[in-house]
Write a protein that binds this ligand. Structure first.
Ligand code: UDP
Length: 484
């Protein structure tokens, strides 16, 4: 086995999973080994991650996992954020690296502070940005914008903010909460974070070149980080979860949703799923969704996950007896009346497999980037209904630029009413406009899959990354300084 690369993802499925897939891709391209560091905290339940890790470990002998010791409970546990968590992890990372013979490190972009540690150990340091390049372009411009604007995003209402490389202006109200107040600690941390990313050996984004030509150009020209040298950006996607590859062969269980889809006509079902955290959807909102779906007359597969903040944060679903009773939260008789044309599943469905099922014709999504990419790869058009984090920026990109989604406009009002849900679902599945959107999604899906094939843009980029890794120690420190 050749060089060893360390990966340090955020220990949450939405970050761990794409990082592992990146590791698998690297191994497919080169004779290297990957060690993935898992940080632990007493306030995070690692159970969902544990079973995932054991599946990946048994299927991929060159991917190793190493658990760092649990960080001490933060003294300020009420407001403790993942920033505290990362800070407390740094000493463990140092201890690990001092005994390691690794050749390079790939960090989750939230572990930005580890750049200084990597430098201390003379390790080429790359960041994996588990979102799209347009968002990266916008965030890298944040330090520059900070000096141009003298107001916080939260005070600018729907005023458009222009970022080089982000294809359309973003309403200030759609900027993520963590950077909405320029006096907050999280905002200040974000400025430092993106300065660090720009100073790394390279930034790896989970996207493909033909999806984001404007961001590609702006990043290559240095427009997002003006006046200073910027790390090269590598488009290696679309990297999506591969649940087939990691399936435990002893487990023949096939999820009920897939069996149900088998019995539905091609392209007829709209799939609704709101990410691994359930997006805190209230019971009132679930009832609006139910009424909208019923009135739309369309076939649907709906993953219902009730709001349970503590459990959701850990990625684990603990349903009480009352919560298990779907009838109790959905409108009376809804399940009976929609039987046959609709299926409601509790908590979780195998999303990648569902989206790839030929019966699925549309996806109502919270716009998490993994979900969006999975839909893009499957060639499925979306209804964009963002909730938190950078999902609203993803919505702007998907609707305005990529033209792969139609917007669920009511998201800004706190609750989306049944009338809009009914109208959007019917539009996507039945109207001429919806048909065009779906046809476009199929074409873009094709180009996304092609990017990963031999000769495709992401394939070539991966070959380049592997060349850099293989040259580490041979005079070249993994930073080509040139853009693709
Ligand atoms: N996911 C899934 N089934 C579910 C809910 C989520 O397989 O019922 C997966 C989905 O395929 C995606 C990930 O969980 O890979 C969610 O990541 P995303 O970035 O979209 O959103 P987040 O959960 O981080 O908000």
């Amino acid at each position: 086995m050749g060089k060893e690369i360390i990966m340090f993802p955020l220990a949450a499925m939405g970050h761990l999973n794409p990082m592992v897939e990146l590791g698998k891709l690297l191994i497919r391209h080169a004779s290297i080994s990957i060690t993935i560091l898992i940080s632990q905290s007493p306030s995070i339940d690692n159970k969902p991650i544990d079973s995932y890790i054991s599946r990946v470990s048994s299927a991929h002998p060159h991917i190793f996992f190493h658990r760092l010791p649990p960080v001490p409970q933060s003294s300020n546990s009420k407001t403790a954020t993942f920033l505290d968590h990362f800070h407390l992890t740094i000493p463990y990372l140092k201890t690990y690296l001092s005994a390691s013979s690794a050749h390079a490190i790939i960090l989750d972009f939230f572990f930005d502070a580890a750049l200084e540690v990597a430098n201390e150990f003379h390790l080429p340091c790359y960041y994996f940005f588990a979102s799209n390049a347009s968002n990266l372009a916008a965030f890298l411009y944040l330090p520059t914008l900070h000096n141009q604007l003298n107001a916080s995003f939260k005070d600018l209402g729907d005023n458009p903010i222009h970022f080089p490389g982000f294809p359309s202006p973003i309403p200030a109200s759609d900027m993520p909460i963590r950077i909405s107040d320029r006096t907050s600690e999280t905002y200040k941390a974000a400025i430092v974070q993106f300065e660090r990313l720009a100073k790394s050996s390279g930034i790896i984004v989970n996207s493909f070149q033909s999806l984001e030509p404007k961001a590609l150009r702006a990043l290559a020209n240095g427009d997002c980080f003006p006046g200073r040298p910027m790390a090269p950006v590598y488009f290696v996607g679309p990297i999506t979860a591969n649940d087939v590859e990691d399936k435990d062969s002893s487990n023949e269980f096939r999820h009920e949703s897939l069996a149900w889809l088998d019995g539905q006509p091609g392209g007829s079902v709209v799939f609704l799923c709101f990410g691994s955290m359930g997006s805190g959807i209230s019971e009132e909102q679930n009832r609006e969704i139910a009424v909208g779906l019923e009135r739309s007359g369309q076939r649907f597969l709906w993953v219902v996950r009730r709001s349970q903040p503590a459990a959701a944060a850990s990625g684990i679903t603990v349903l009480t007896k009352k919560e298990q009773d779907l009838e109790a939260v959905l409108p009376e008789g809804f399940l009976e009346r929609t039987k046959g044309r609709g299926l409601v599943v509790q908590s979780w469905a195998p999303q990648v497999a569902v989206l790839r099922h030929p019966a699925v014709g549309g996806f109502v999504t919270h716009c998490g980037w993994n979900s969006a990419l999975e839909s893009i790869v499957a060639g499925v058009a979306m209804i964009a209904w963002p909730f938190y984090a950078e999902q609203r920026m993803n919505k702007v990109f998907l609707v305005e630029e990529a033209k792969l989604a139609v917007e669920m406009r009511g998201y800004k009002n706190g609750i989306v009413v049944s009338d809009e849900i009914e109208e959007r679902v019917r539009w996507l599945m039945k109207s001429e406009g919806g048909k065009e959107l779906r046809a476009r999604a199929a074409v873009v899906g094709e180009s996304g899959r092609a990017a990963l094939q031999e000769g495709g843009s992401s394939y070539k980029t991966m070959v380049e990354i592997v060349r850099l890794v293989n040259n580490i120690g041979g005079g070249e420190l993994g930073c080509s300084g040139e853009q693709r």
